[in-house]
Design a protein around this ligand. Structure first.
Ligand SMILES: Cc1cc2nc3c(=O)[nH]c(=O)nc-3n(C[C@H](O)[C@H](O)[C@H](O)COP(=O)(O)OP(=O)(O)OC[C@H]3O[C@@H](n4cnc5c(N)ncnc54)[C@H](O)[C@@H]3O)c2cc1C
Length: 365
């Protein structure tokens, strides 16, 4: 069955939601997106900061405070990424790794959107109806189709299908009235928290001969020279840092005041660098659901917990995709969204596959 003409609501405009929406729209479905933030991208995020320097001058900087970049292995995703690079949406970054780092990178280079992290999602969503600043907090199903609500008001209605592209713990509340067993599974899948420090220091010393560090101990998981990335601004006399705390440290300090976390991470960075830092600006961001543990990724264990790369109930027209179902990371989010879009196109709501909770392997290269 071809799903052409179906009205589909996608909740969440991160990598998974944007990918799914684009595939569905290209197949002729009528797609509308609902996103709680002011902009798109989700954890592909860039923060713009403005502050007044000691000399009274207005300063600005940008920090990629979510995923710093991503890798691509699944052949279909590799091809997609390479096309996006040819279209000028992605750049290849080969960071110089700091001595003494452990080496979690499975390849020497990372992909990243330019000029900022949400840019790829913005491009994917170009021309599609998008409602930002909408927290979807209830889904209702009636004879006229699905209705999306926020604080008791209707955001949109008359949808044949609703697809949730949210971190699973956030999707759970929306799923509970309709698929309680999915909600239970969504809550059970662990996601790791992460505090991120974004800051600018005076760079009087020669810049370090590295762009990315993976400390082997202490509270810091990853240190990124944001201004070393392709397409990011480099300012003479400044160093732009994005520092990610480990999941363990972040969990322990999850509810700590931001000022305390900021001071602790600034101090940890100075200790790791072995020199004091002159900060011009610093801020922190808490990701409650930063990432899926890699240990659960290498596909098999995740597949054992979930029925595939996405969840799709063709009888009700309810679907779920995201990094946790696709494996992990940006690639996982894309794979999951791709799989869900294909299911909706092939087995749209009310199709022969009624009531089936379906999963579909990715097309073979
Ligand atoms: C600090 C950090 C470091 C990372 N490092 C890497 C890395 O090195 N490599 C890698 O591949 N990946 C990394 N990731 C993970 C990667 O960013 C994610 O796996 C991927 O971006 C997830 O995409 P998604 O679309 O599934 O979810 P998200 O990007 O979280 O998108 C979900 C969207 O749904 C919206 N939303 C949530 N609830 C609602 C609601 N009720 N109503 C409406 N909208 C809602 C959110 O605002 C968000 O925009 C990192 C993430 C973080 C935070």
């Amino acid at each position: 069955m071809n799903g052409s003409g179906l009205r589909v609501a996608v909740v969440g405009a991160g990598m998974a939601g944007a990918t799914c929406a684009r595939f569905l729209a290209d197949a002729g479905l009528q797609v509308r997106l609902f996103e709680k933030s002011r902009g798109v991208g989700g954890r592909l995020a860039t923060r713009r900061a403005a502050w007044t320097a000691a000399d009274g001058a207005a300063r600005r900087a940008c920090f990629d405070h979510g995923a710093p970049g991503f890798s691509a292995h699944v052949p279909e995703f590799v091809r997609y990424v390479e096309q996006a690079a040819r279209d000028g949406l992605l750049a290849r970054w080969q960071p110089r790794i700091a001595p003494g780092s452990y080496a979690p990178l499975d390849e020497p280079a990372l992909w990243l959107p330019t000029p900022d992290m949400p840019a790829w999602c913005r491009a994917l969503l170009s021309g599609l109806p998008l409602h930002c600043g909408c927290v979807v907090d209830a889904l209702r199903q009636g004879p006229g189709g699905w209705r999306l609500e926020s604080a008791g008001s209707t955001l949109g209605e008359g949808f044949d299908a609703v697809l949730l592209a949210l971190p699973l713990p956030q999707a759970a509340a929306l799923l509970r009235p309709h698929r309680p067993e999915w909600a239970q599974r969504a809550e059970a899948l662990p996601m790791l928290p992460g505090w991120a420090l974004m800051g600018v220091t005076e760079d009087a010393q020669p810049a370090p001969a590295w762009d990315l560090a993976w400390p082997t101990s202490g509270p810091l998981a990853r240190i990124v020279r944001n201004d070393a990335k392709p397409g990011r601004e480099r300012v003479e006399g400044q160093a732009h840092w994005v520092v990610h705390a480990t999941a363990d440290w972040s969990r322990t300090h999850l509810e700590a005041p931001a000022a305390e976390v900021r001071a602790a991470l600034q101090s940890a960075l100075a200790v790791w660098l072995g020199r004091p830092l002159a900060w011009q600006h610093a801020a922190v961001h808490r990701w409650r659901h930063a990432s899926v543990p890699r240990a659960t990724h290498p596909a098999a264990p995740v597949a054992a917990v979930t029925p595939g790369r996405c969840w799709w109930d063709s009888a009700s027209g309810l679907g779920v995709c995201g990094d946790a179902l696709g494996g992990a990371g940006v690639e996982g989010a894309w794979c999951s969204a791709r799989a869900l879009a294909e299911l909706v196109i092939r087995h749209g709501p009310g199709s022969q596959a009624q009531g089936r909770v379906a999963s579909l392997p990715l097309a073979q290269p």
